[in-house]
Design a protein around this ligand. Structure first.
Ligand SMILES: Cc1ncc(COP(=O)(O)O)c(C=O)c1O
Length: 301
């Protein structure tokens, strides 16, 4: 497929491929499967089952042992809603971070705002060595929304601040361990990205303490039962890195053709070509994030 560079430059968003193998798996599900009476315990049993499968499914990427509580949410977006709704502290983020929390609630401070402190050629990352306030919660996505890459915000020193960790891109990458900061309070997961399940609104939240809103809802079996079943179907049919494996060669080929650098997420790439300047997300870093989904053959050929 030939896509003009101008089209790639125009798109600020992340789109994801939809594979027929995923669609075929979805055909096994009926809305009637979860016609449960609330309070009967059937929905809780499904959710407990999904939780234990999910902990194993992601274990090689992130160890969730420190997070005993698990909740279903309608995508990571909903996880952000519940966090912002209940967050009373001023919060901080890194350059290029996912913008939704800022769009709906009190504004963050950007904690790496000093020119010249990064531009690390090897990592291309801006966050390393950032001036992070130890008292404010840090919202951080790993792999990062800034460029689609794994990175370690603790590369220079351990983070002391509370952390809200957004792992939305897990299932879009190879298996690589995330170094979870010690004061991480919540971890978000999504099934939108890796599997192209954007409209199904599927996510999980893990916490160390009972969640301020989700815990009460969970006691009343108040969540989307069908969504839980869909997550189970996906995890029992696909490995966490299966979509990355399916598309990684295409990603490399596309990146060669357009002179991009493949990101860890298979549908993203980066470039420092000034032509794509408007896709730069990190103010003191020349790396632009490009979504290559429009160039991907969805069937992986
Ligand atoms: C880093 C990050 N977090 C959260 C989301 C929201 O994901 P979901 O579709 O699960 O609501 C996105 C979507 O683009 C994202 O890139």
């Amino acid at each position: 497929m030939t896509i003009q560079k101008s089209e790639l430059r125009k798109n600020p968003w992340v789109d994801v491929p939809c594979h027929s193998d995923v669609m075929n798996v979805l055909m096994n599900q009926h809305a009637s499967d979860t016609y449960y009476k609330r309070g009967s315990g059937e929905a809780t049993s499904d959710l407990n089952n999904v939780e234990s499968i999910h902990r194993e499914w992601v274990k090689e990427i992130i160890d969730l042992e420190q997070f005993p509580y698990c909740y279903f949410v309608n995508g990571a977006t909903d996880a952000i809603h519940h966090w912002v709704l209940t967050e009373k502290r001023d919060w901080q983020r890194l350059e290029g971070e996912y913008e939704y929390a800022d769009a709906i609630g009190p504004k963050s401070t950007v904690c790496c705002d000093v020119p010249g402190q990064y531009m690390n050629d090897q990592t291309g990352r801006s966050a390393i060595g950032a001036n992070i306030d130890p008292n404010k919660p840090l919202f951080v996505s790993i792999p990062s929304a800034a460029d689609g890459n794994y990175f370690n915000p603790q590369a220079k020193r351990e983070l002391e601040c509370p952390v809200i960790l957004d792992c939305t891109y897990v299932s879009s990458t190879k298996i690589q361990k995330i170094n979870v900061p010690k004061n991480t309070e919540q971890v978000f997961f999504s099934f939108s990205k890796g599997f192209g399940l954007v409209g199904q609104r599927l996510g999980l939240v893990y916490t160390k303490e009972p969640h301020a809103t989700l815990h009460r809802l969970k006691e009343f079996e108040n969540w989307n039962y069908g969504g839980v079943k869909t997550i189970e179907l996906i995890m029992s049919n696909f490995a966490v890195d299966e979509m990355w494996n399916m598309y990684k060669e295409q990603q490399i080929k596309i990146c060669k053709e357009y002179d991009f650098k493949p990101s860890d997420c298979f549908f993203l790439a980066t470039t420092r070509d000034p032509y794509y300047m408007r896709r730069r997300r990190m103010r003191w870093n020349d790396t632009a994030r490009i979504c290559i989904t429009s160039l991907i053959d969805e069937e992986g050929n």
